[in-house]
Design a protein around this ligand. Structure first.
Ligand SMILES: Nc1ncnc2c1ncn2[C@@H]1O[C@H](COP(=O)(O)OP(=O)(O)OP(=O)(O)O)[C@@H](O)[C@H]1O
Ligand SMILES: [Mg+2]
Length: 670
């Protein structure tokens, strides 16, 4: 279909009749000349020529089914023009994009949900990563297709903004795109689909906020524990989720701060995750304070400093050396001695200056010379060298210190102000498990927490860190936004039923796109069930019937009558499905049966029903403790639609062939 060959166009102005001759030579990608033609067109009139040439170019393009573009410069009697490349348009490009996104979604599909499996990624230098996290899997892939890249970016964006739900967002986006492509094949214009999707998104978010999500205050600490457990259920630490959920909630609650605007924030970055080899995951510890994976610079130093005044430095406290290239000629050996003394003196002065400002804990990212250590020991201060810069930045923030990279002020004098110091209740060197680390407790500006993860190998520790990070993010989002929704596919099914019904009230062609949006949401419960080795068709049908019943009966009887077509149209979504389990609506019966079903739906809270994967049936997700932050779901839908729209808007791909080098002989024999 898409022949790749080069066309070389030579435009010649025929001096005689002022016409334009086009000479076209076509080469196959192998370099074989395929065809050679000369076209004569245009008339003697200058103005007319442009038009004709344009028309003719289209004809040529069609003729060669190739990407040809020309630059016509009328002043050149002969010009060499152009182009090798590939142009794909219309349904071909859409098919390609859908294929690429499906391929990406298929990679992460089997990692989705509590029964999802892990992936082992080996990079080009042999580094191994074992993970279940969607964003990590995708970031380690080397995706070349532009549409695929959009999905990879989407997962990264979700990871950055929410922290969890990266697999879901990719799956939903790929499904939305697949369904959009089907609609386009049925001659629905992409613009209509885009508008339809956006309308559906708006309505879905509105419905979720008004009818599905619950305020978290009503549920307390238990709901936070459930959120953490749900987030880590699919991960390596899922089996110890009781232990880690408590740790997560304690950690995030201990870093609670209020910013200048009076908003309460829970910065995940204030929770420092450290990894230590050995022992089992259950021996991980949470420390209220900032733990640094370093030790004091000298054994003689104190290992506990109460009422700490902390100096955070990003500079060397080592003997000052002459700059490279500086040459000094001395003829007196005493002068040389003086130079040496001065070299050592400079750094000693600096240390004294810092200690004089009142600092009793000095942390630096660089080295500290042994000759300075004496000063610290004499003054009873603690010094720690080779800290990570990122750690110091956070400590500076938590203690109210300033990370100082030079002591010089604008006049060139050196000084260290006491205002650069941070404060904490105490700094100690603690033995935690087999390791020693510095712990800063009671930081004054912001509180902080640290988790020391234990595990037998690097892969496990890395994955545990990622999983804990996901859980911390999920709890943070819940605390900040204050709303939760039931998980296990409950939200998606509820939105599916609602949107399918609501689509019928939209009298324009966007209805089809809204219907497709509703259908696409079902991908979540379907994959959850499939990954748990359950019958997705059966379970999803059961789930749908309960949500349909709940929505039909929970709405006001008058509006219900209004919104439902006579005799319960919408055949696919009829809530009165004759259930083999006999537990749902019973028969289609009269008012009495309806009343009974209504009572049952209320009593059993069908609107919270999701998949209970352990028992292989549907159940109340809120009761089962499968909860997710509402904000994460909203963001998932929004980002998925945006990515889908971005890909759907593409109708042409023009890809130039890479420039071929070294083909020509330069006459030098190489
Ligand atoms: N116990 C459970 N029963 C049913 N569904 C569950 C349970 N625990 C989690 N889920 C569901 O699993 C899904 C989350 O799975 P998972 O954590 O693998 O993916 P993700 O959060 O989208 O991506 P990632 O965690 O990789 O960033 C959610 O839809 C959640 O409702
Ligand atoms: Mg998750």
């Amino acid at each position: 279909m898409t022949d790749i060959f080069r066309c070389i166009l030579l435009l010649e102005r025929n001096a005689g009749n002022n016409c334009l001759d086009v000479f076209v030579a076509c080469f196959e990608s192998s370099g074989m000349k395929r065809d050679e033609t000369r076209h004569n067109f245009g008339g003697p009139c200058e103005a007319r020529r442009g038009v004709t040439f344009f028309e003719h170019r289209i004809a040529l393009t069609q003729h060669y089914n190739n990407f040809v573009y020309c630059v016509y410069t009328p002043h050149h009697t002969c010009g060499l023009l152009v182009l090798g490349g590939q142009k794909i348009t219309g349904s071909d490009v859409r098919d390609q994009n859908v294929l690429a996104t499906q391929a990406i979604a298929n990679i992460v599909k089997s990692s989705f949900g509590p029964s999802g499996l892990d992936k082992m990624m080996v990079d080009d230098i042999g580094d191994v990563t074992v993970t279940n996290d969607g964003a990590t899997i995708l970031s380690l892939l080397d995706v070349e297709h532009p549409a695929g890249k959009i999905l990879v970016d989407l997962a990264q964006q979700q990871d950055k903004e929410v922290g969890d739900g990266t697999t879901s967002v990719v799956l939903i986006a790929a499904e939305l795109l697949r369904r959009a492509n089907e609609l386009m094949k049925n001659r629905i214009h992409p613009t209509t689909i885009i508008v339809g999707y956006r309308i559906a998104l708006r309505e879905a978010v509105r419905y979720m906020n008004e009818n599905i999500s619950t305020k978290v205050e009503a549920l307390g600490r238990d709901s936070l524990l459930s959120i953490a457990k749900t987030s880590m259920s699919s991960k390596i630490i899922g089996s110890d989720s009781d232990f880690f959920a408590n740790m997560t909630v304690d950690a995030i609650q201990s870093v609670k701060t209020t910013n200048n605007k009076g908003e309460v924030k829970y910065p995940v970055k204030a929770v420092n995750l450290l990894k230590a080899h050995g022992k089992s995951a259950l021996e991980s510890v949470l420390i209220k304070g900032y733990a640094l994976n370093c030790t004091v610079a000298s054994q003689a130093m104190k290992t506990r400093i109460p009422d700490a005044k902390i100096a955070c430095l990003d500079m060397n406290l080592q003997k000052e050396r002459m700059k490279l290239g500086v040459q000094i000629t001395v003829d007196d050996p005493q002068q040389l001695e003086k130079i040496r003394e001065r070299e050592a003196g400079i750094v000693l002065e600096r240390v004294e200056m810092i200690l004089k400002s009142g600092a009793n804990v000095v942390l630096t990212t660089k080295g500290i010379d042994d000759l300075c250590l004496k000063l610290f020991v004499e003054k009873g201060a603690m010094a720690v060298r080779r800290c990570k810069k990122e750690d110091l930045r956070r400590i500076a923030k938590a203690t109210g210190a300033t990370l100082v990279s030079t002591l010089s002020d604008l006049n060139g004098d050196e000084r260290f102000d006491a205002s650069n110091l941070g404060h904490a209740d105490e700094v100690t060197q603690d033995r935690i498990s087999d390791d020693e680390c510095i712990v800063i407790r009671g930081t004054k500006a912001h509180s902080s927490a640290s988790v020391i993860l234990r595990g037998s190998n690097d892969y496990q520790l890395d994955e545990a860190e990622r999983s804990l990070h996901d859980a911390l993010c999920a709890v943070k989002r819940t605390l900040e936004s204050g709303r939760i929704v039931p998980g296990g596919g409950a939200v998606e099914t509820a939105l599916h039923i609602y949107l399918e019904e609501w689509a019928t009230s939209v009298g324009s062609r966007e209805q089809l796109a809204i219907g497709a949006f509703a259908q696409a949401l079902l991908v979540v419960p379907k994959i959850l069930a499939t990954n748990a080795a359950l019958d997705a068709t059966d379970l999803v049908a059961d789930l749908r019937s309960r949500h349909a019943l709940s929505q039909r009966l929970s709405s006001d009887p008058t509006t219900a009558a209004h919104s439902h077509a006579p005799n319960g149209a919408a055949p696919g979504t009829s809530p009165q499905k004759p259930s083999s389990r006999g537990s749902v609506a019973g028969g289609a019966g009269g008012a009495g049966a309806d009343e009974e079903a209504r009572a049952l739906a209320h009593k059993k809270n069908y609107r919270n029903y999701g998949l209970d994967l352990k028992r292989g049936r549907v159940g109340d997700s809120v009761k089962a403790g499968v909860l997710e932050p509402a904000m994460s779901k909203v963001k998932q839908l929004k980002s998925a639609v945006e990515a889908c729209v971005a890909i759907m808007r593409i109708d042409t791909i023009i890809k130039l062939d890479p420039e071929q080098r070294g083909g020509e002989d330069d006459g030098h024999g190489h």
